[in-house]
Design a protein around this ligand. Sequence first.
Ligand code: TNX
Length: 549
Amino acid sequence: MILTHPVCRRTLPVMRRLARPGRKVSLAGLLTAALLATPLLVPAPATAQPQATTPSALIPKPTSQRALPGQSFTLQPWTIVGVDSDVSERRAAKKIADQLTTQLRRSTGYPLPVTSVLPILTTIKLSSKGPASLGAEGYQLRADRSGLSITAATPEGLFRGVSTLRQLLPAKADAATRQAGPWTIAGTTIADSPRFGYRGAMLDVSRHFFSVAEVKRYIDLISLYKLNKLHLHLADDQGWRIQVDSWPRLTTYGASLEVGGTPGGSYSKAEFAEIIRYAADHYLTVIPEIDTPGHTNAALASYAELNCDNVAPPLYTGTEVGFSSLCVGKEVTYDFLGDVFREVAEQNPGDILHLGGDEAHSTPHSDYLTFVPKAAALVTQQNKRVMGWQEIAETPLPAGSIAQYWGTDDARSQELARKAAAQNAKVVMSPANRAYLDMKYDESTPYGQDWAGLVSVQTAYDWNPSTLIPNLPESAIAGVEAPIWTETLDDLDKLEYMAFPRLPGIAELGWSQASALDWTAYKDRLGAQGSRWDALSVNFYRAPEINWR
Ligand code: TNX
């Protein structure tokens, strides 16, 4: 109805021209368009403000959300998005508005120009000038009849708020093609900030290699749920996946295969930089992992001198673990790791480097205790914090280290987590029997593993990161991470099937307050994500216990 209004027919072409990619919006042009289009001058018919029919079903659940009864906000053909930020943050804030409007232009067909010139005439306002009390990732959102605003203290907070806005809009707003409106949000105010600072997803690109485009797609999907760390498992027995100039055979040879013997692959420096940039644009810090001293067959196969007997083993394409080890007594081992950590660290602005340390079954225990502190020192030399799987807690750790718990409620793993805390290291919670996304949902799941048990959607959600391990102080917990190991997952469809719908549950455990966690209520909100995943063409598992809609 709005589209046939004579004023709008005149206004829309102006707005479209304004919204052309790369086009600078001039003050005069914007004023003209805004004045022509402003709802004050063109009263919208009553039907233009329909009430949103479905209540918002946000994941993660915000800290507080209040309804504004009788009010709503509707995206209109004339909506302008205004960005209000300090000069130093303008580029970042503008980029967030561009990401949002790029998607919404696709699905709504509206021009949605972005401006930092006239925030006063805009109906969507994104401000990163909010009080510092909101925290780095916190934000406030208000949708009412006069417009929609997101206020944060930083661009990062703004980005988290925009993820909420996307979920407030009808699911089809996430579609790649033009859809019919209306684009209405029920009146609401939200104040939100995360429970934990570490909310991660891990992707194993060693067992099966995933291209830059595939990693980007995973980033798109995980960032919708406010995760802020992307842990990439870059080297394991089956393949070395990141270019290291000083040890080139790691990729020219060590990357050639993957599980099953199919061709592998690796990221060149330029490609890795592209992943880091894309992750940063989605406010995800990349945590590169070079698994040591076990899980190193690809490196050992590439360089004979890294082996204690100077004999390079063949490349490995099976799925066993625990059979390989760097040679702890050899000096060259540390020259090698020093070079690798330096080149990996140089490429990554993030402050954490993960050195693995898990399942070193072929490394004598006394060697393991010698190795980890030496490897950790090579990490801190690069000004990075050390992260490693829980086993590293058996050795003294540098200040600021992080141990990643992957236990299954077993006493030994729990003890390792407490040992980490006792030396002031932080603990990231990735309990394999809850947070491992490569575990089967049930016996009928066509791929995945079951060594840690079957992990239903409820099992993945229904636990509390701060009380899972007895006598582990809450202050030691940095947050949560959902790893996805890829021995049985050789394409994106399978990754998506295993990650969705469980990953949003782990994301909620990381973001939402403990008091908000409730399976029955969560299950209902999860059901509402189904249509969004359909719009995004996500190959998710339609778990029968969820009411998908
Ligand atoms: C254990 S848990 C591993 C990985 C496997 C995974 C399969 C941990 C730190 N290591 O090497 O890929 O199980 O689920």
